[in-house]
Design a protein around this ligand. Structure first.
Ligand code: MN
Length: 257
C-alpha cells in the first residue's frame, strides 16, 4: 500500500472518497464577455478559424486558430492587469504553489436572489471566519452567489440596465479585507469580473482590482459549480496558460473535495 500524502489523495479519488469538481464554464463563441462603456476598448468573444478539417489543407487532421481575450470566459487576473499591480507578476511568473490551495466558500446565494447588486462587506467576511474558523495560509476565497445559473444567457449574466451593470461583488471594505488578510492568495467569483457591477462608481473605483491585484494577489472569474463545494475543506487547482507578459488567462479551474 502507498503511504505518501499524494498517494492517499490518488487512492481517495480512485475509491470515491474524494471527487474532482470542475469549476470552469464552457468556453465557446457564446461565452459572455465584459462590456465596458465608451470610450473604453472591449475584449472580443471567442472566435475561431479552421486551418484544416480532414480536407486538402490537412487530410487526416483537424485544427483551428483561436481569437479571444486574455480575460474571456473563466479566467485568472494577474497582478499586472491593474495599474496598482503593474510592477508585479505577469501570468507566467505566478509561482505554481500559489495556484493550488485551500478553498473557502462564502455563500450569499439567498441574499443575491433578492438583491442582485448585493455587496460583500468586511463584516460578512469576519462573520464567515467566526463561523468556520480562520482562513488558512494560501487560501482562495470563492464568492458563491448563484450567478453561474445565468452563464449561458449573456444579457442575464451581464444584467446591465440604464444605470449600468447590476451584479454582486465586494464593497470597498470587503475588497480591503481580501487584500489585507495575511492568508488570502486569491478571490474567485461567478460573475464576469471580480468587482461588483456598480464598482466603477466606488471610491476607489473597482476596489477589488485596485487592492487585491495591487497587493500581488489574484482574481478568478466566471466560476461554475460552486454549489458543489463545502464552505471549508476543498482544494483549488487553477491552470492558466503560462503566458509571458500576460495580464490574465483563460483557465481550467478544478476543485478536490
Ligand atoms: Mn479579468
Amino acid at each position: 500500500m502507498p503511504h505518501s500524502s499524494v498517494s492517499h489523495l490518488t487512492q481517495a479519488l480512485a475509491d470515491g472518497a474524494a471527487h474532482v469538481i470542475d469549476l470552469t464554464q464552457p468556453l465557446s463563441e457564446t461565452t459572455p464577455v465584459l462590456v465596458l462603456p465608451e470610450p473604453f476598448a472591449n475584449t472580443p468573444h471567442l472566435s475561431r478559424r479552421t486551418l484544416s478539417k480532414f480536407d486538402d489543407a490537412g487530410p487526416a487532421w483537424a485544427w483551428d486558430v483561436l481569437e479571444l481575450g486574455e480575460h474571456t470566459g473563466t479566467h485568472l487576473d494577474a497582478p499586472i492587469h491593474w495599474i496598482t499591480g503593474r510592477e508585479r507578476e505577469d501570468v507566467a511568473s505566478i509561482p505554481p504553489e500559489r495556484l493550488v490551495g485551500p478553498i473557502r466558500v462564502i455563500d450569499k446565494t439567498s441574499e443575491v436572489a433578492s438583491d442582485p447588486g448585493y455587496l460583500l462587506t468586511a463584516a460578512d467576511l469576519d462573520a464567515h471566519e467566526a463561523e468556520f474558523g480562520h482562513v488558512s495560509p494560501g487560501s482562495w476565497i470563492l464568492f458563491r452567489t448563484g450567478w453561474g445559473a445565468r452563464a449561458t444567457d449573456e444579457a442575464a449574466f451581464l444584467n446591465a440596465g440604464k444605470s449600468g451593470p447590476v451584479t454582486p461583488g465586494p464593497d470597498v471594505s470587503g475588497a480591503r479585507w481580501l487584500a489585507e488578510h495575511p492568508h488570502v492568495v486569491g478571490f474567485g467569483v461567478e460573475t464576469v469580473g471580480i468587482d461588483a457591477g456598480a464598482a466603477g462608481g466606488f471610491d476607489p473605483p473597482f476596489p477589488v482590482h485596485n487592492f487585491l491585484l495591487g497587493a500581488g494577489r489574484y482574481g478568478l472569474t466566471q466560476l461554475a459549480n460552486l454549489e458543489a463545494l463545502p464552505a471549508v475543506g476543498g482544494m483549488l487547482v487553477v491552470a492558466p496558460l503560462k503566458l509571458v507578459g500576460g495580464t490574465g488567462s483563460p483557465s481550467r479551474v478544478l476543485a478536490f473535495i
